[in-house]
Design a protein around this ligand. Structure first.
Ligand code: DAH
Length: 361
């Protein structure tokens, strides 16, 4: 038995091999495959013709034809892979997206000053380890008042001009929250101390003039741990106010006051000049937020043992600090959606609030 191919098979092998290697695409390759190995293909025809040969010759030629067939089938498969790989590379190159392109500054969209202030508060308290939590705007009587140590006939209930909703939840009247302080109760009842949280959000009171809107924004703060002191409260608020108003030596004053949910309670004032409105200048004081050490009864209402844990809380009006920081004198346009006002006071979304460098300055 000789392994030298007869001339016709050698020629066929060479010719087919060259054509396969040169096939320009999958369709041409498929035509070649059918012409060689399909039912009417040349190789198939030669295999079929074997039947006419004498037995000895048939075996030898049959073996050669079969190995030629395997060889060509393998060449076709290899070429198909090459072609498919090249097609994929071409598609990837043609459909390539350049995600490094910078966004175009859009003149249309700006960040509302309230949103901007919230971003700044989140950045600054975030740098001090405070997490952001939110609560529902429809609260119940107990979380908005009772649990915060404001009993049924307490004057604070009248002061707050509450919006009451029809119906009740768990036998408690439903209200539009008058402050973000119920966020304290929700935090305490949801998680085990220690924690530090801020609760920015919308609040509601039945009040409407140049400095009051029925819907406005507050941010609550709460830090509970085993040994939180008034010193921590003062440090956090001084750092926050100095960074927020970008005045490293802003005068800050803590003035004894009263809130039902804190003991002791302190109103916080910053230095300013009443006549020019300039913050951090002059000899006048401006009240800016309320704060204090969380009342033991409030801790207990939140399910926190006051013999083991203590902490501080504060609450501030977001419109108020926004107006002071940017010299805005009227509250009403904040919620009127007047594009002229928004274009003037809005902030570019491409300049995010990164103020924490200002901390500890
Ligand atoms: N909830 C108070 C208000 O709406 C603000 C406030 C004062 C919140 C003192 C506090 C606090 O957490 O300790 O007027």
């Amino acid at each position: 038995m000789t392994s030298v191919l007869p001339a016709d098979l050698a020629a066929l092998g060479r010719e087919a091999g060259e054509a396969i290697a040169a096939a320009p695409d999958s369709a041409a390759l498929e035509t070649l495959r059918v012409g060689l190995l399909g039912r009417q293909g040349r190789l198939t025809g030669l295999l079929r013709d074997l039947g006419t040969l004498p037995a000895a010759e048939r075996r030898e030629r049959g073996a050669m034809l079969n190995s030629l067939k395997d060889e060509l089938a393998a060449s076709i498969a290899r070429r198909r892979e090459e072609l498919e790989g090249a097609a994929l590379d071409a598609a990837l190159a043609a459909e390539r997206l350049d995600i490094t392109l910078p966004p175009r500054p859009s003149p249309a969209g700006l960040i509302h000053p309230i949103s901007r202030t919230i971003e700044e508060i989140v950045a600054l308290f975030g740098a001090m380890g405070f997490a952001v939590v939110t609560g529902p705007e429809i609260e119940d009587d107990w979380r908005n008042f009772g649990a915060l140590n404001i009993p049924e006939h307490h004057p604070a209930r009248q002061d707050m001009d509450t919006f009451y909703l029809p119906g009740h939840r768990e036998g408690r009247r439903r209200v539009l929250r008058t402050h973000t302080s119920p966020g304290q109760i929700r935090t305490m009842r949801n998680a085990k101390p220690p924690y530090r949280v801020i609760v920015p959000g919308r609040t509601y009171r039945a009040d409407h003039d140049a400095t009051h809107s029925p819907m406005f924004h507050q941010c609550e703060g709460l830090a509970i741990d085993r040994a939180i002191t008034l010193g921590h409260l003062k440090g956090c608020l001084i750092d926050f106010l100095r960074a927020f108003f970008a005045k490293p030596s802003l005068p800050v004053r803590f003035r004894a006051s009263y809130f039902p949910f804190t003991e002791p309670s302190m109103e916080v004032d910053i230095g300013w000049d009443r006549r020019s409105g300039e913050i951090g200048a002059g000899k006048d004081w401006l009240e800016i937020l309320g704060s204090g050490m969380v009342h033991p009864r409030v801790l207990a209402n939140g399910g926190v043992d006051p013999r083991e844990w203590q902490g501080f809380a504060f609450g501030m009006g977001i419109e108020r600090i926004t107006m002071l920081k940017h010299g805005i004198t009227d509250l009403r346009p904040f919620f009127e959606s007047d594009l002229r006002w928004l274009r003037h006071y809005g902030f570019s979304p491409l300049q995010p609030a990164i103020l924490h460098e200002g901390l500890g300055a």
